[in-house]
Design a protein around this ligand. Structure first.
Ligand SMILES: NC(=O)c1ccc[n+]([C@@H]2O[C@H](COP(=O)([O-])OP(=O)(O)OC[C@H]3O[C@@H](n4cnc5c(N)ncnc54)[C@H](OP(=O)(O)O)[C@@H]3O)[C@@H](O)[C@H]2O)c1
Length: 236
């Protein structure tokens, strides 16, 4: 496998999310619960298996308690056969760094990383909970620098698993290349967490690659474009 790179280098990023028909990510009353089917879980696990690292927001972690660790023996075997580690690097994004060490996440047998601020980093000084810690405030939050750092530790494919604040902020800096959206047959109402929590946003161009109905859900795959080369890694 050869790899062509352009500068500035960042991983290929794919967001994989499930939304209700009214664009919500979870129910307002059970925000840590999944809204999609068991089939969607399998679909998500297959994407995670293809990734070198997974990125998710602190609220998603606080509510769910765990990272999306691969459990399928065949997917783990496939990774090992391809010379990859059994589990992708699990990267949590938390500006505050305020994460409870009692969360099951910290007991999971996975490699962990933190994207945070200087203040957040200070909370974890001397801790071995994270294999990597990147400070994004340089002095303002700088995704371009963070994604470059993630690339330097060998991450070519990054799966972005939400929630909405993390997804929106990456979309705004043109750092989402592909989107897999599972549309679920639900209405969750305006107080539920949203796929796009920003009041205003600039939309990339979205090219539909596929739309596959499975039961009452639809699996949409879009390729995103921003009108210029954003310097992602390209594998050939
Ligand atoms: N349906 C799905 O596919 C799906 C997937 C994922 C999550 N969810 C649901 O979505 C909900 C959570 O989504 P959410 O939008 O409220 O939260 P989120 O994006 O998971 O996390 C937001 C937090 O992450 C950190 N963060 C994210 N982007 C940041 C940035 N650009 N700069 C600095 N810090 C940043 C901050 O952490 P600090 O507060 O620590 O500073 C922020 O408060 C939950 O209900 C979860 O279950 C659903």
């Amino acid at each position: 496998m050869s790899r062509e790179t352009t500068s500035p280098q960042r991983p290929q990023t794919t967001a994989i999310l499930a939304v209700s028909l009214d664009g919500k990510l979870a129910s307002a009353s059970a925000q840590g619960d999944r809204i999609a089917s068991a089939y969607d879980f399998q679909h998500l696990e297959e994407h995670v298996a293809q990734a070198d690292a997974v990125l998710f927001g602190a609220t998603t972690l606080r509510l769910g308690g765990t990272a999306m660790r691969l459990q399928s023996p065949s997917l783990i075997q496939q990774r090992l056969r391809a010379g990859k580690p059994p589990q992708p690097l699990q990267i949590v994004c938390s500006a505050s760094g305020d994460l409870d060490l009692a969360l099951p996440f910290f007991q999971q047998p996975i490699p962990r990383a933190l994207v945070t601020t200087e203040t957040g980093q200070a909370r974890w000084q001397g801790s071995s909970a994270f294999d990597y810690c990147w400070c994004a405030d340089r002095p303002h939050w700088d995704w371009s620098w963070v994604l470059g750092q993630i690339a330097t530790v060998g991450i070519q494919r990054l799966a972005v698993l939400g929630g909405g604040h993390l997804f929106a902020s990456l979309l705004q800096v043109q750092a989402i290349d592909e989107l897999w959206l599972t549309v679920c047959p639900l209405m969750l109402g305006s107080s539920a967490p949203s796929l796009m929590p920003l009041k205003e946003c600039t939309s990339p161009t979205m090219t539909l690659v596929s739309a596959v109905p499975v039961g009452d859900e639809v699996y949409l795959h879009y390729r995103l474009g921003y009108g210029e080369d954003k310097g992602t890694m390209i594998e050939t």
